[in-house]
Ligand binder design. Structure first.
Ligand SMILES: Nc1ncnc2c1ncn2[C@@H]1O[C@H](COP(=O)(O)OP(=O)(O)OP(=O)(O)O)[C@@H](O)[C@H]1O
Length: 612
């Protein structure tokens, strides 16, 4: 531990000591209290502190130390009960709202807002005034307004997890939605709940003392700190020892609870382990084979955004799907895995080995994700759970994939980190994602995707957030891994030149269709479709004369396609009448190379791209 870490730990312990003393006093009162706290001894009335009565006695001769200890017990039990009710009610309401969204969330928010506007002590006074004294009524009175902060914490946590990139990433690894929320959101909620609960302890103890002081708390003769202060009031001049101990005890607990909460909030709380779903049996029919996607269509609210896409990746081969933003690259690859918006209507076939991912439904898709198909997402940093170390994330993924015996997870995690070229993997396993560079995060993301020893790795623009040097390194890593492991690679990219360096085949996607597909070398050196040419023209060349202007495509009207027309026609310099009324099918250019264009203008190799 670092010196500052040790210092923080020491401060936390110092802040926690009074609370620990309070808990110990309350728990051990029956054992350590020297006298019965309610036994009167009028002969010893108002005795000064002495060896016999360390804190003196009150007007009825009751031992003050014993009453203080039993008072701690009463406060402790009530504080624990109020916290238990407030945390349970708050977390259930907040989690339900955050998890379900929609009207349950609106109702939960409304309840929280209304309750938060109520002044807690006035509500408590009203309840106790109507229902009378008693521990149960005290718990009800204080927890009725105590739950909303916990509900807000829970709701915030569930909503943010549901929307986070690492929620997507966990789904990618094969965890079910429901399990992720409960295994990842609830444990992660423990830290903020603990922080808030430690503030609440002080507030509850103070409220109890205040209510007892008003005669609405624990009824006499039971010992309670507020009650002790009332008893001491007439003797403030003559017997200060009566008021001081309960007053100081209340002040110490309140102060300590606030300081501890502050310490927790600024310090790293002991980070909570977030579990991953347990190993599941490998699926039947898992013999490695080509991955075939046929006639894939995706529609949102009746609008087709992917329309009849086919592609195929054999083991050990790499296919790059390239195109502009919004052309449908991501949907074409993630839809078969069930990783797109639930409102989408997906049709077609996606067959891996003998398993039909679309025909099999969510259970099959979940079983395949993270095991037979690995996915590397664009934003690696966002996709890595920030409160888990690299080692813990990998161990979970390895355990989830079930590829090594229990207890061997860490060894496998280290192997994976070495495989993806992370420098000093032994020390990086204890690093948190935010301490790593973008390139290192992407390597960790790739290691996670490889944990299940997938047959197919889908890399969705894995380098878009990285500098060019790191981009080249990650691309080289993917190419190496594909060869050394013999898995199929699907690379999604905007950059046709970079894709050509890695992939065996390139599929060019435009407005939800593949407009040209073929061996990478053919597609970039003999592009047939004007859109492919446009993409290649946009690639800068190191040999270009300074000042050379790139040829660019006219601005897009993305994905707005007439059913019977070439979607690219409005941007195409070669478009004829036919292009505007009839959609071209994919036709052979050379063996294995097809293109969907009526005109097929024979233009020499495009300016700019030199294949370097
Ligand atoms: N949840 C959704 N609801 C409606 N339309 C969507 C939804 N998700 C994607 N789309 C639309 O589908 C089309 C294809 O999206 P997709 O994410 O596959 O594109 P992409 O080529 O991967 O783009 P990018 O490179 O920007 O990621 C886009 O026009 C997009 O607006």
């Amino acid at each position: 531990m670092t010196a500052s870490g040790a210092g923080r730990r020491r401060r936390t312990v110092i802040c926690a000591l009074p609370l620990l003393g309070f808990v110990m006093a309350g728990a051990l009162a029956p054992v350590i209290a020297p006298y019965d706290p309610i036994a009167n001894d009028l002969m010893a009335s108002l005795a000064r502190p002495s060896m016999e009565h360390l804190l003196g006695t009150d007007q009825l001769g009751r031992d003050q130390l014993s009453r203080l200890l039993y008072g701690a017990q009463a406060s402790l039990i009530l504080a624990a009960a109020v916290l238990a009710v407030s945390v349970t009610v708050g977390v259930v309401i907040g989690a339900a709202g955050g998890f379900l969204g929609g009207w349950p969330d609106r109702v939960a928010l409304w309840l929280m807002d209304v309750t938060l506007t109520l002044p807690s002590l006035i509500v408590a006074l009203a309840i106790l005034g109507v229902r009378g004294h008693g521990s149960a009524n005290l718990v009800l009175a204080l927890s009725l307004t105590g739950w909303p902060p916990f509900a807000r914490l829970a709701r915030g946590r569930f909503v943010s997890l549901r929307r986070s990139a690492y929620f997507d990433a966990l789904q990618v690894l094969g965890a079910s939605r429901f399990r992720i929320l409960f295994q990842h959101a609830l444990p992660a909620l423990a830290a903020p709940v603990l922080v808030y609960a430690s503030i609440e302890i002080g507030f509850i103890v103070l409220s109890l003392a205040f209510l007892s002081f008003l005669g609405l708390g624990i009824p006499p003769p039971e010992p309670e700190w507020g009650q002790m202060l009332i008893d001491a009031r007439p003797y403030l001049d003559s017997a200060l020892w009566l008021a001081l101990p309960p007053g100081l005890a209340i002040a110490a607990v309140v102060l300590a609870s606030n300081l501890l909460a502050e310490q927790f909030a600024t310090d790293n709380l002991p980070l909570v382990r977030l579990g991953m779903p347990r190993r599941r049996a490998r699926m039947n029919g898992s013999t490695a084979g080509p991955y075939r996607v046929e006639e894939l269509a995706v529609a949102f609210a009746g609008r087709k955004v992917v329309d009849g896409i086919d592609y195929r990746v054999a083991p050990g081969r790499a296919l790059a799907i390239v195109g502009e933003s919004g052309s449908g690259k991501t949907l074409s690859t993630l839809a078969p895995l069930g990783l797109i918006d639930a409102t989408a209507r997906v049709s077609g076939r996606a067959v891996l080995g003998q398993v039909d991912l679309l025909g099999g439904g969510p259970a099959i898709q979940e079983a395949v994700r993270g095991r037979r198909v690995g996915v590397v997402l664009q934003d690696a940093r966002g996709a890595l759970n920030p409160v888990r170390t690299v080692g813990a994330l990998l161990d979970d993924a390895v355990r989830h994939a079930g590829v090594v015996p229990r207890g061997r997870e860490r060894a496998r995690s280290l192997e994976l980190l070495k495989m993806v070229g992370l420098p000093e993997p032994e020390s990086q396993v204890s690093a948190y994602p935010h301490t790593l560079s973008g390139g290192m995060c992407q390597r960790v993301m790739i290691a996670l995707a490889l944990a299940g020893e997938p047959e197919i790795l889908i890399a969705d623009e894995p380098t878009s957030a990285l500098d060019v040097t790191t981009q080249a390194q990650i691309h080289a890593l993917l190419a190496d891994l594909r060869e050394s492991i013999g898995m199929g690679l699907i690379l999604i990219s905007h950059d046709i030149a970079a894709a050509a360096r890695i992939a065996d085949d390139i599929a060019v996607c435009y407005a939800g269709r593949i407009v040209e597909v073929g061996p990478a070398a053919d597609v970039v050196s003999r592009p047939d479709h004007p859109y492919t040419r446009g993409l290649l023209d946009a690639v800068p060349s190191p040999k270009a004369v300074p000042g050379t202007r790139f040829r660019t495509l006219p601005p897009a009207e993305p994905a707005r396609r007439k059913v019977s027309a070439c979607a690219f026609a409005p941007r195409c310099a070669h478009a004829t009448k036919r292009c505007h009324v009839e959609e071209p099918p994919l036709q052979p250019v050379t063996p294995g190379h097809t293109s969907a264009c009526w005109v097929r203008p024979t233009v020499a190799r495009p300016i700019g791209y030199d294949g370097a």
